[in-house]
Design a protein around this ligand. Structure first.
Ligand code: FRU
Length: 540
């Protein structure tokens, strides 16, 4: 049944029960990773939000602590919403967050909190100085669309900056509102936002430097250098996706300029083309990397969420860095995830002819990690690409789903599949050819057949994969976790997280297949699937 405990996530982050949303203030401190998150202690729907708090040594095993930030002062008594951590030069932490200070109106102001005892590696207690709030919605700011302060940075010149997400009053202009401070206490709004675009409200902005193309190490948010590119991400209220651009930042003009001038609105890059929202990165000095955390909501009904008593998970933490092309980011599950890999099964050098599929047997795949390298025998039969869909991968995939025969592909995995294949979630590629004969790769996660349970939200998710498939080679990794399928195409160029709730393909009745529904032969050069162990997960 839909309420089966076998649909509850096994290795994705979640508390024992109740509602969760955004990751807040992630940071590494004295040997511990800290994750705070928006949490309703009283139920499986949004409300009564506080900052719950978990700590980890490895971003995979989590221990729950007492809630860190709750409404307690006049400037946050009606809500403690999302925010970010900044490590100060003396090594202590400042937490910036949004407070709601009056009932009923969602009037938003920015607050600051500090650890009560900086010598406590677990940062258990937080204090809010009397000088709160640090920013209020003055004239020119939409007071109910003014939230989610970023990690602050000082771009080498000692002047602190932070961003607050906003919407220009009376318009659809989303903004990254810029504030500056000398002392981290008095914050002054800059004349113009760091950046803005006609997209609707920007929730949870994130802004950080990245190393040169192809370099996988991370940079501290305050690291500044003329050769570094920056990433600006925002979460769009209207579409519920996290979009980013890669660009340049000038700390004298205080402007961020995306390399692709239309990248805010057209052919937008997303961290994830599926169910992944309100994400946030942090710099991890222990492993010299930048890590991305994001929230994945249920796509089950509210009635089911209430009956189950929980709703919301976080994606597996992803390391992110700039792709060798410099045009986009690459993302990959943090290496610590591999410690959960148990029993493994491998398949190599296996041909999948048009219309054929085969089952990967010998493991329980309902909680697994699957890595596969495909090789397409020829690109000759690739379907012509209709440029009308250049901005709409999702629509294209909705039309050309996994069951619609193609030229090169669709080929990929059927995961969480029942043995009669009445239930299956397809994660796959389909190759097109544009007017100049250039191949174009579409990656889809198609849950339309994932469950026989009625009333589920089953959108088809998709993104283009900017990869050179002329050699015929492309890889796919899928993290399968009972009601989650989190996939990474072409080494993390395109990522899609999807929530599915099979009625039959549950537990040991869930099967894993490779399929080819095109007219071109596909080879599985290598496939390895691992059963995944359950980590420590907040005491559950
Ligand atoms: C994003 C968001 C934030 C806000 C928080 C409230 O999901 O709406 O903008 O701070 O959630 O829980």
């Amino acid at each position: 049944s839909i309420l089966s405990p076998l649909l509850r996530t096994g290795y994705h982050f979640q508390p024992p029960m109740n509602w969760i949303n955004d990751p807040n203030g992630p940071l590494y401190y004295k040997g511990w990773y800290h994750l705070f998150y928006q949490y309703n202690p009283k139920g499986a729907v949004w409300g009564n939000i506080i900052w719950a708090h978990s700590v980890s040594r490895d971003l995979i095993n989590w221990m729950a602590l007492d809630p860190a930030i709750k409404p307690s002062i006049p400037t946050d008594q009606y809500g403690v919403w999302s925010g970010s951590a900044t490590i100060l030069p003396n090594g202590t932490v400042a937490m910036l967050y949004t407070g709601i200070d009056r009932p009923g109106t969602n009037y938003q102001i920015q607050n600051i909190a500090f650890p009560k005892d900086p010598s406590d590696p677990l940062l258990r207690e937080w204090v809010k100085p009397g000088y709160n709030p640090i920013a209020v919605p003055e004239a020119g700011i939409n007071a109910t669309q003014f939230r989610d302060p970023t990690t602050a940075w000082h771009a080498g010149d000692g002047l602190w900056r932070m961003l607050v997400g906003g919407l220009k009053p009376g318009t659809l202009r989303g903004m990254a509102i810029l504030y500056r401070s000398r002392d981290f206490k008095h914050w002054v709004r800059a004349k113009h936002p760091l950046h803005s675009a006609l997209t609707g409200m920007w929730e949870c902005p994130d802004f950080f430097p990245v190393r040169e193309p192809g370099k996988t190490d991370g940079l501290d948010t305050s690291e500044f250098g003329p050769r570094y590119k920056y990433v600006l991400k925002n979460s769009l209220d209207l579409t519920r996706y996290d979009y980013y651009t890669v660009g340049t930042y000038n700390n004298r003009t205080e402007r961020y300029v995306p390399d692709n001038p239309t990248g805010d609105v057209y052919q937008r890059l997303q961290y994830d083309y599926g169910n992944f929202y309100a994400s946030k990165t942090f710099y991890d000095p222990a492993k010299n990397r930048r890590v991305l955390l994001g929230w994945a909501n249920e796509s089950d009904s509210v009635a089911h969420d209430n009956a189950k008593g929980w709703a919301g998970i976080h994606a597996i933490p992803r390391k992110i860095w700039l792709d060798p092309s410099g045009k986009q980011l690459l993302q990959w599950p943090v290496e610590e995830l591999d410690q959960l890999r148990g029993k493994a099964v491998s398949v190599g050098d296996k041909l999948v002819k048009p219309g054929q599929h085969f089952e990967v047997t010998g493991l329980q795949s309902y909680q697994s990690d699957v890595e596969v390298s495909f090789e397409v025998s020829s690109l000759d039969k690739a379907e012509p690409f209709d440029p009308a869909y250049a901005n709409d991968a999702q629509k294209l995939c909705g039309m050309k789903n996994a069951d619609v025969k193609g030229g090169v592909g669709p080929f990929g995995l059927w995961v969480l599949a029942s043995d009669n294949l009445a239930e299956k979630t397809a994660v796959f590629f389909r190759v097109f050819k544009d007017g100049h004969g250039k191949p174009l790769v579409l990656m889809c996660s198609d849950p339309t057949k994932s469950s026989l349970t009625p009333g589920l939200y089953k959108p088809t998710f998709a993104g283009f994969v900017d990869t050179d498939i002329s050699s015929g080679k492309i890889s796919l990794r899928s993290l399968i976790d009972r009601s989650v399928v989190e996939s990474f195409g072409a080494g993390g160029k395109t990522c899609i997280l999807s929530r599915v709730y099979p009625s039959m393909a549950i537990g040991k009745d869930a099967h894993l297949y490779v399929f080819n529904n095109g007219v071109t032969d596909i080879k599985v050069s290598k496939l390895t699937a691992w059963e995944m162990k359950k980590p420590m997960m907040n005491g559950a």
